[in-house]
Design a protein around this ligand. Structure first.
Ligand SMILES: NC(=O)c1ccc[n+]([C@@H]2O[C@H](COP(=O)([O-])OP(=O)(O)OC[C@H]3O[C@@H](n4cnc5c(N)ncnc54)[C@H](OP(=O)(O)O)[C@@H]3O)[C@@H](O)[C@H]2O)c1
Length: 307
């Protein structure tokens, strides 16, 4: 299998690489390569003519698109760029896949919802993004669906890993710098280790490849690690596990605040919890479990620091 991995240097992209390499020949593409990485083909994916040329040259069997404009607040002022990467790019990949009978795997977000529901969101629930980032990701989903290509879109939430920009790394840095921290307590979501999302992606592609003619229903599926928590509760778990792993000398004092006490440019959904029953039913993929996953990720960080 010939696989194109776009966004290879991002936090999900780096976790996807070893998984996808178990399935076939992977070509990695990103705007810049990860530190020490000489294999990534460096190409800006914001020019759709050049993306078409790349696809025609490579002719991948499967495109895995982890490239995205993920700066939620900056997107409010840079909507053209956010839409180009989050909507035009997957749309271009989808139309190419449809014309050439190939498969596209793409990622989307809990931010397509308004967060007003009082239950976990299913794939059938109405969308209603609160900001430009969510709007641009939703536009990407719709562009893919309109193309009618064979596609799987994995919506996920609150992604973290040992590298990149994420809440776990930010909390660990702040806990070392400051004696006390204020953390939002009225937004609830399901933190997801990028490695588990990469494993779910591998399972989905394997199932599609080995399905003997019976293809799964193409479309949108939710994957997150399960275990709904507020940012405050998540931070508490991070500090406890990091202290146990020897990454923190002391626990910071924590103050619980509301979103309104912590103004940000883009509004966030208060409820970001995703229902994952559909991906379990169709692909047999279960949520990996929040605390177990976070503990493993923090354990790896501690090992890495010791070296
Ligand atoms: N992070 C989360 O909490 C979260 C939550 C829900 C859903 N998701 C979705 O999950 C997927 C993976 O996210 P992630 O956390 O891995 O994001 P990430 O770490 O920001 O990775 C995205 C990658 O895409 C690259 N990229 C951006 N613009 C590009 C361009 N013009 N040309 C080529 N590459 C470009 C980025 O490069 P630069 O770093 O140079 O910009 C980065 O390497 C995305 O679809 C995202 O929307 C993420």
């Amino acid at each position: 299998m010939n696989i194109l991995l776009a966004g290879a240097a991002g936090q999900l992209g780096q976790e996807l690489l070893p998984r996808l390499q178990q399935l076939g020949q992977v070509t990695q593409v990103d705007r810049i390569a990860a530190p020490g990485d000489v294999a990534t083909r460096v190409q800006d994916l914001d020019d759709m003519n050049r993306v078409e040329i790349l696809l025609n040259r490579m002719r991948p069997d499967v495109i895995v698109n982890a490239a995205a404009y993920t700066a939620v607040d900056l997107a409010e002022d840079h909507s053209a760029m956010a839409f180009r990467i989050n909507s035009d790019l997957p749309g271009c990949m989808a139309r190419w896949s449809e014309r050439n009978g190939r498969t596209l795997v793409h990622y989307s977000t809990d931010y397509v919802f308004d967060g007003d529901a009082d239950k976990p969101y299913t794939e059938k629930d109405a969308t209603g993004p609160l900001g430009v980032y969510g709007e641009s990701k939703l536009a990407g989903e719709l562009a893919i669906a309109e193309s009618r290509c064979r596609h799987i879109i994995l919506r996920t939430s609150w992604v973290y890993s040992g590298h990149g920009n994420n809440f776990v790394l930010t909390m660990l840095r702040l806990a070392r710098e400051r004696p006390s921290l204020s953390i939002v307590n009225d937004q609830v979501g399901c933190p997801t280790w990028a490695r588990n999302l990469a494993a779910a992606t591998q399972s989905v592609i394997e199932k599609i490849a080995s399905n003997g003619g019976r293809q799964p229903p193409w479309g949108v599926y939710h994957y997150c690690d399960g275990g709904a928590v507020s940012w405050y509760e998540f931070a508490h778990m991070i500090f406890r596990l990091a202290r146990e792993a020897g990454l923190l000398d002391r626990l910071p004092e924590m103050k619980s605040v509301r979103s309104s006490d912590f103004p940000q440019k883009a509004r966030r959904p208060l409820n970001s919890v995703l229902d994952t029953s559909e991906i379990c039913r169709e692909f047999g993929i279960e949520p990996a479990g929040l605390e177990r996953s976070l503990k493993a990720c923090i354990g790896e960080m501690a090992e890495h620091e010791k070296k």
